[in-house]
Design a protein around this ligand. Structure first.
Ligand code: BJW
Ligand code: ZN
Length: 234
């Protein structure tokens, strides 16, 4: 196990037990908020204040959340394994807060802001933000959350690195994602094509479940530390 390449792909479910809402399902954000009004470039052009109010609300909520044992287990894996890649669709920064040093953030980070005019990128942890929509400190134009909305490309280099990690791994752990959003949802299938073993951690069935070698139908904060206690190299 020590030298066996392991890749983990996480989604909103890994942060659910920290108190961060997921997107889909009974309690999901998309039940009460429309994705096409909040998470597309068109929505932002139409009403930047509305979109920013929603992101500011989420930032305040995430600010209250702490990493859970699943995040901590993934940080331990990075320390213990020689070839380990953590890929996340989450924008909450909780993997880094748990101690993971190398996190491939496919959908960006809610604590980073990017200028729509000059592309200046800055980190800003203030909650709430003092001005909505926030102005760029370099040019005064409109900042946006540095996240990936529907219809936008994922950061190319990060996606390439994630793809390569999926291709070369022997084990892929898929944790807390509905596996419905592309291209992230294809990564486990890439790993399978390369001959990897797929282990899914999710209390609910997903389109990936039928392809998984093992499905652990339990909340990640319990199930992942239990799995690692058995598989960690001694
Ligand atoms: C637990 C748990 C516990 C609960 N323990 N588990 C090919 C085919 C069809 C469509 C497309 C395609 N290629 C591209 C598209 C379009 C689109 C797409 O995929 N649409 C589908 C919905 C059909 N993709 C895109 O637009 C992407 N861009 C792109 O591909 O560019 C090129 C292109 C564009 C257009 C056409 C063709 C090519 C960009 C996608 C960006 C996604 N952005 C969001 C918002 C990010 C910013 C923000 O946070 O505000 O990313 S949407 C949202 O979904 C967020 C998430 O990262 C992402 C995935 O959700 P995730 O993480 O899986 O969460 P949930 O809620 O869905 O699931 C939670 C799971 O946890 C559930 O299964 C629970 O059971 C489980 N769970 N508690 C463990 N305790
Ligand atoms: Zn600017």
């Amino acid at each position: 196990m020590l030298d066996t390449p392991v890749t983990a792909l996480t989604g909103a479910g890994v942060s659910a037990e920290s108190g961060v809402p997921t997107f889909r399902g009974e309690e999901g954000l998309w039940r009460r908020h429309r994705a096409d009004e909040l998470a597309t470039p068109t929505a932002f052009r139409r009403d930047p204040l509305l979109v920013w109010e929603w992101y500011d609300w989420r930032r305040r909520l995430i600010d209250q959340c702490r990493p859970n044992p699943a995040h901590h287990t993934l940080a331990s894996m990075e320390q213990a394994l020689n070839v380990f890649t953590l890929i996340t669709q989450n924008v909450d920064g909780l993997h880094q807060a748990a101690g993971s040093n190398n996190v491939l953030e496919l959908h960006g980070n809610i604590w980073r802001l990017r200028c729509t005019a000059c592309n200046h990128v800055c980190e800003d942890h203030r909650v709430p933000l003092p001005d909505l929509p926030p102005p760029c400190p370099q040019c005064g134009q409109l900042l946006r959350p540095d996240v990936v909305w529907f219809g936008e490309s994922l950061p190319g280099e990060i996606l390439d690195t994630a793809w390569a990690a999926a291709e070369r791994c022997r084990t892929i752990l898929v944790i807390g994602t509905s596996a419905t959003v592309q291209p992230a949802a294809s990564l486990p299938l890439v790993a399978l094509r390369g001959g990897a073993t797929l282990v899914e951690f999710n209390p609910a069935e997903t389109p990936l479940s039928r392809h998984a070698h093992r499905v652990i139908r339990a909340p990640a904060a319990q199930a992942l530390p239990d799995w690692w206690a058995v598989y960690r190299p001694s």
